[in-house]
Design a protein around this ligand. Structure first.
Ligand SMILES: Cc1cc2nc3c(=O)[nH]c(=O)nc-3n(C[C@H](O)[C@H](O)[C@H](O)COP(=O)(O)O)c2cc1C
Length: 164
């Protein structure tokens, strides 16, 4: 490894990110699998593409990368409990109670989130121990509010700088 694991983890801690839940249907739509991610970003305007990265060894990996569609919910600052739930092993138990179904692709979405994005999986690229999942956006909803952010292993909200 060209740098130590500690240095790499420090880079991760220095990179602030918005927190989202990626969710898919599994087991012939009898189950929903959700995962907390901070790697979601918009990728392309035309066509409208978004992407996120998922670790190979997470239990959610196989259902998420094999799903033809997925939902992304950008969490608001008051949804930290949902972020904690879907990054923990407890997520299996609560998964059916949290989600509503999107109007365009019927993908699982978190009610009350800042943005709800409905995607058709368009490409999966491999990047080290993660897969990069690219989705074509076929429907979306947004609302005003404060985003949930993650920085230096802590959750927080956005504070604009005075005069900036
Ligand atoms: C704020 C935050 C952001 C995360 N972002 C990602 C991510 O972008 N991709 C990913 O694969 N896992 C991410 N994780 C980790 C997963 O949510 C989950 O904790 C991890 O995959 C462990 O899964 P397991 O219980 O199946 O081992 C993130 C966790 C947190 C708390």
């Amino acid at each position: 490894m060209p740098i130590s694991g500690d240095v790499y983890r420090q880079i991760g801690r220095a990179a602030a990110g918005a927190v989202s839940i990626v969710a898919v249907h599994a087991d012939e739509r009898t189950a929903v699998i959700g995962l907390t991610v901070s790697s979601f970003v918009t990728l392309s305007f035309d066509p409208p593409l978004v992407m996120f990265a998922i670790q190979h060894d997470t239990a959610a990996y196989a259902p998420i990368v094999t799903s033809k569609t997925f939902g992304v919910s950008l969490l608001s600052a008051d949804q930290v409990d949902i972020a904690r739930l879907f990054s923990s092993r407890e997520r299996e138990r609560a998964r059916t109670t949290v989600f509503s179904m999107g109007p365009w692709l019927q993908v699982p979405l978190v009610p009350g989130s800042l943005a709800q994005v409905e995607c058709r999986t368009s490409e999966i690229l491999m990047g080290g121990d993660h897969a990069i999942v690219i989705g074509l956006v076929e429907g979306a909803n947004t609302r005003d509010g404060q985003p949930l952010l993650y920085f230096a292993r802590q959750y927080g909200a956005f504070t604009p700088l005075a005069g900036a």
